[in-house]
Design a protein around this ligand. Structure first.
Ligand SMILES: N[C@@H](CCC[C@H](N)C(=O)O)C(=O)O
Length: 271
């Protein structure tokens, strides 16, 4: 069986997007891993399958990591999928359903897409953590990093604040932190340098994907955790290796993310 795909990215966080709305796309863990192979397959940070949704949403979005695992949220892919749906349905705003909830995305000036990522969840069970703890300061140290804050953006995040990102060997600590016993569902690990109250710098070691050029939900988690620590305003630019996202943590708890989307190429996959 062959199926067309679209290769998209948000700030270099790259996605293979499949459309399973007319014909279901039969995926196995093995086929996801094979498509994700950057030498023998197409390669992606996440594989996305757009599926039909029941009433109240324009489409459902399945999110898979390159190791085959399923994710509850992907901010950059939500913006990419929303841009496709907005163009197709000729609507300035769409609702994308995920296993973690419905996300409303809106077209903004300059081709940017804003997505309401929902409420940041701050309880230890929400993240989830392995046992009761203050999510503002976890007693976790590995080499030069310690004391992360944790939250859920529909997927688990831990944020370490560091004095200098350039001095940190992230691949040396990322895998062990992703799999640390504190995180029964593993976690996306963010490393954040505070440049100013309205400007954070972030690199993310993503669960199931490793080092990426950008992570939308990670940028939201970083802003939320930095604000909880008194390190930044409720609105800030988050600079990732692939570019900038504007993140706002509204007073009602919802987190808004605004950034660019792009299509790199179209192709056909043999499943
Ligand atoms: N790239 C994403 C996050 C993707 C999911 C993550 N790896 C997980 O397993 O939770 C984003 O832009 O948010």
């Amino acid at each position: 069986m062959t199926t067309p795909f679209r290769k998209m990215h948000g700030l270099g966080n790259d996605f293979v997007v499949l459309d399973g709305r007319q014909t279901p796309v039969p995926l196995t863990t093995e086929s996801v891993v094979a498509i994700g192979d950057r030498r023998r397959g197409v390669g992606f940070d996440q594989l996305i399958v757009i599926e039909p949704a029941d009433d109240g949403a324009d489409a459902f979005m399945q999110i898979r990591n390159p190791d085959g695992s399923e994710a509850g949220a992907c901010g950059n892919a939500t913006r990419c999928v929303a841009s496709l749906l907005m163009e197709e349905l000729r609507k300035p705003s769409v609702t994308v359903r995920t296993i973690s909830g419905d996300l409303v995305a809106t077209a903004r000036d300059g081709g940017l897409v804003e997505v309401d990522m929902g409420e940041a969840r701050l309880g230890w069970r929400d993240v989830p953590l392995a046992r009761e703890a203050d999510t503002l300061r976890l007693p976790l140290t590995l080499g030069p990093v310690s004391d992360p804050a944790a939250c859920s953006m529909g997927n688990p995040h831990a944020t370490f604040f560091v004095p200098s990102l350039d001095a940190l060997d992230i691949p040396a600590v990322g895998p062990a932190l992703e799999h640390d016993a504190w995180f029964p569902e593993r976690a996306n690990i963010g490393f954040t340098e505070v440049l100013a109250p309205d400007h954070l710098r972030l690199v993310v070691w993503e669960r199931g994907a490793g080092l990426t050029l950008a992570c939308g939900s990670g940028a939201c988690a970083t802003l939320v955790n930095a604000h909880r620590r008194g390190l930044c305003n409720r609105t800030a630019t988050v600079s990732l290796p692939g570019g900038d996202l504007l993140i706002q943590w509204r007073e009602d708890g919802h987190v808004l993310m605004t950034g660019p989307v792009a299509t790199a190429f179209l192709g056909t996959l043999e499943l």
